[in-house]
Write a protein that binds this ligand. Structure first.
Ligand code: UDP
Length: 335
């Protein structure tokens, strides 16, 4: 692979990853290490898990500790930061917006201040399709209006704004990766999705298969071909690889930019139920419930920009691989 030849084994690139004990962060750390990078993880373990981080890589630090972060950046000689650490639950953000703005925006501002103090000039930011709110059409392009409809999405918009000004004034270049539906698990089964509480579709479908307790499908009366919502599910390793491409882009002098990270293909909730039944060979027990507040009928990425500008191609663009890998992990850590 091209990137392996970019990384010098004698003098590997040094990268700081915040939130590297969480779902997407841990998969990215694993891929970075496999591809020869030297990685330091910062995570306060408020959501992530120690067992997700290889021994000797974790610094248990909260992002509000600016001086500690600056010292860590200096000591490790990191050339760039990949910033995942954030709260991610939309529903919770509607109940406790103050926590979301304090942690997601305040934490990012503290991190950027530490980067300034340590002279680190590149950052890849974990953004979200939620910055678009309910878009007027799909597929969603990066130049669509930004209009978050919940504090979680708004906190990411605010960080994107911080990044624009830190580039303009302090010349910190950044790539904002706007994720669609991160899903699946490490193909070798070492890592997977473990949220507390779990709210995401695939782990909940797999849990229903394993426990026999029905999962609720949120609405079958949408204006879509089968009445259920359509989403763009992207394998977590393909998402992780997008971060590595973005890092190399910034380290080789690329200007700040924003990219969607999705495959460009939409799948409905019922299609996902069928995929889970095919992979597991069992029926998914489910009931049909009302719509979940704030769920747009269809969210699919226009992914051309990421493909053409960063040379990204998904390795696991099919639902089968995504569900197979998630199933392997779910069986290993069964409830
Ligand atoms: N969903 C569902 N039942 C659940 C969880 C999710 O029907 O228990 C649906 C949800 O309404 C959405 C899709 O599955 O249409 C994906 O939801 P998820 O929470 O995984 O991701 P989101 O699209 O909210 O980021």
């Amino acid at each position: 692979m091209l990137l392996q030849s970019v990384v010098d084994p004698v003098n590997p690139r040094k990268i700081l990853v915040t939130g590297g004990a969480g779902y997407i962060g841990a998969h990215t750390v694993r891929l970075l290490l496999q591809q020869g990078y030297d990685v330091t993880v910062v995570d306060d373990l408020s959501k992530g898990y120690r067992h997700n981080v290889p021994d000797g890589r974790l610094c248990q630090v909260n992002l509000s500790q600016t001086a500690t972060l600056a010292e860590l950046l200096r000591q490790t000689g990191c050339q760039a930061v990949v910033h995942f650490a954030a709260f991610i639950a939309v529903g919770e953000s509607m109940r406790e917006p103050e926590r979301y703005f304090a942690n997601n925006v305040g934490g990012s501002l503290s991190l950027l201040t530490a980067m300034l103090q340590a002279g680190v000039r590149h950052l890849v930011f974990s953004s979200t399709a939620a910055v678009y709110g309910t878009p007027h059409e799909t597929p969603i392009r990066e130049d669509f209006p930004i209009h978050a409809v919940n504090p979680y999405g708004e906190s990411k918009v605010m960080v994107e704004t911080l990044l624009r000004w830190f580039d303009e004034i302090h010349h910190i270049s950044s790539v904002c990766l706007r994720y669609f539906n991160a899903s699946g698990a490490d193909p070798e089964g070492h890592l997977g999705e473990e949220h507390q509480p779990e709210t995401h579709l695939i782990p909940l479908l797999l849990r229903a298969v394993l426990t026999g307790q029905p999962v609720t499908l949120f609405g079958t009366d949408y204006d879509t071909p089968d009445g259920t919502c359509i989403r763009d599910y992207i394998h977590v390793d393909d998402l992780a690889q997008a971060h590595i491409l973005a890092l190399e882009y910034l380290l080789s002098g690329g200007p700040s930019d924003q990219f969607n990270v999705g495959t460009g293909a939409g799948h409905s909730v019922l299609e996902m139920v069928r995929a889970v039944e095919e992979v597991t060979g069992r029926k998914v027990p489910y009931t049909i419930g009302p719509r979940r507040q704030g769920d747009p009928p269809e969210l699919v990425a226009a992914s051309e920009k990421l493909r053409t500008r960063l040379g990204w191609t998904p390795r696991y663009a099919d639902l089968q691989s995504i569900v197979e890998h998630a199933w392997r992990f779910a069986c290993k850590s069964r409830p």
